[in-house]
Design a protein around this ligand. Structure first.
Ligand code: ADP
Length: 441
């Protein structure tokens, strides 16, 4: 679409045509006014400078559909002044350039079409061209009327936007107030909670100090009492032995039976007192391990020798494996004590089958296994048997009475050596106690 500007009247015409073109290609109402205003402003400047200009409207369809307008006049040398005068107009369109060549000065403007605009297929372009060529330019008064209407509409819109903005501001302020109130409430609550937590911690600290003191007092009491008991009980055993001695006065059968009873009761008592004393020492932290490289082959040999007398039943195989780990950094006495406790238990509670001691390396640990095919322990009691004095109800030791202190003591000692003691067991099938100790304590 082309047209020309020569006289003032043409400026109105270009303005009208510009608006029509903008509407036909799909620009929305405000953009139509913007483009028309830009055209009329450039036209006005050109007419004022006494230039005749050609105006060409082009629609570029490749990429983002865009409307281009070119206003060219044949006199070169205007571009600098025109550029300065058109800075405001540039804001009304997407791009505005003033160029200059041998043929004269050219003002080029472009405006992208919105995605909602109808596709500018060839048929549609013909239609637009037909409609525009039939366009009858109105009078300046008509144009003024349209301009006034547009101005009123624009002012209305500005006011509506200002009202919207004020409303949004008020809402924002309200929200801010709400957020601040929430924030204050939350930080108050947090402070309150923090105070509670701090108080709780202080109470816990105090309780744990009290508990530690109570447990120390218990251990001290146990240690003292058992220590005090040991001497008289040992004396009773000695005196009993003396009474039963051949060189002493002959006892009647009944007296001999009574004295034997006293001796065996005193022996039981002594073993209880000794166990209690050991446990109290371990609990009081009075057992310090003495680290050395322990020769496990030698230790296994010793255990085999000392415990064989307990393995009296021919139906039970007492097997001590060759140690798969020859040396271990540990405390020899404590380790032997632990294994002895576990093996004694296994022999006590196994009527047929086997009791087996082995050791192997598992990851960063060395695991000692004491496995038996004895009575087994119900799963719900696997932890309770490590409590002091606890004995599985109805479990009958096949030899010796036991005090219920062996396992808690063994677990304490394993802890002192930096390891863990655990059990797996199925009633009727047997039990396996595993002592796992770190390779480097
Ligand atoms: P006790 O002096 O009675 O052996 P322990 O603390 O060594 O005391 O063991 C506690 C209880 O755990 C035992 O009385 C027994 O009921 C059970 N127990 C321990 N070892 C075994 C085992 N190898 N097989 C079956 N029961 C066991």
């Amino acid at each position: 679409m082309r047209t020309r500007i020569r006289v003032e009247q043409d400026v109105f015409t270009v303005r009208q045509i510009g608006r029509e073109v903008a509407r036909e290609v799909g620009l929305e109402s405000q953009d139509q006014t913007r483009l028309a205003t830009a055209l009329s402003e450039v036209g006005r400047l050109l007419v004022a400078a006494g230039r005749d200009a050609d105006v060409v409207f082009t629609a570029a369809l490749a990429g983002v559909p865009t409307l281009f307008v070119e206003m060219a006049h044949p006199v070169p040398g205007d571009s600098v002044q025109l550029s300065a005068q058109l800075t405001q107009v540039g804001r009304l369109v997407d791009t505005l350039e003033v160029g200059e060549g041998e043929t004269g000065t050219v003002v080029r403007m472009s405006r992208r079409l919105p995605p909602s605009s109808p596709a500018l297929i060839p048929g549609r372009m013909d239609e637009i061209r037909d409609r525009l060529s039939g366009h009858v330019p109105g009078t300046p008064l008509d144009e003024l009327t349209v301009q006034n209407q547009q101005l009123i509409a624009a002012l209305d819109e500005v006011r509506a936007q200002r009202d919207d903005l004020a409303r949004l501001n008020a809402e924002l302020e309200e929200t801010n107030r709400g957020v601040m109130a929430l924030y204050h409430q939350l930080s108050d609550e947090l402070e309150e909670t923090n105070r509670g937590v701090v108080a709780l911690y202080a109470e816990l600290d105090e309780k744990s100090v009290q508990l530690r003191a109570a447990s120390e007092a218990k251990s001290r009491f146990l240690a003292n009492v058992s220590h005090e008991l040991r001497a008289p009980v040992t004396a009773i055993i000695g005196l009993g032995r003396l009474l039963a001695d051949e060189s002493s006065d002959k006892l009647t059968d009944e007296q001999a039976r009574q004295v034997e009873l006293i001796r065996s009761s005193a022996a039981d008592l002594l073993s209880l007192v000794n166990d209690l004393l050991d446990l109290a020492k371990a609990e009081a932290g009075r057992i310090e391990p003495t680290w050395s490289d322990v020769d496990l082959k030698a230790m296994f040999g010793q255990l085999r020798g000392t415990l064989r007398p307990l393995a009296t039943r021919p139906e039970v195989d007492f097997i001590v494996d060759e140690p798969a780990v020859p040396l271990l950094r540990s405390d020899e006495v404590l380790l032997a004590q632990i294994l002895r406790n576990l093996l004694t238990n296994a022999l006590k509670f196994t009527a047929t089958g086997s009791v087996r001691l082995g050791v192997e390396r598992v990851g960063g640990d060395v695991e000692f296994t004491v496995a038996d095919t004895g009575t087994g322990i119900p799963p719900e009691l696997h932890e309770r048997i490590f409590e002091e004095f606890y004995q599985v109800p109805g479990s009958q030791a096949l030899s010796g009475k036991g005090t219920g202190l062996g396992l808690p003591y063994a677990r304490r000692l394993v802890g002192i050596l930096g390891g863990a003691l655990r059990v797996t067991s199925v009633p009727g099938e047997g039990s396996t106690f595993v002592v796992s100790l770190p390779v480097s304590p």
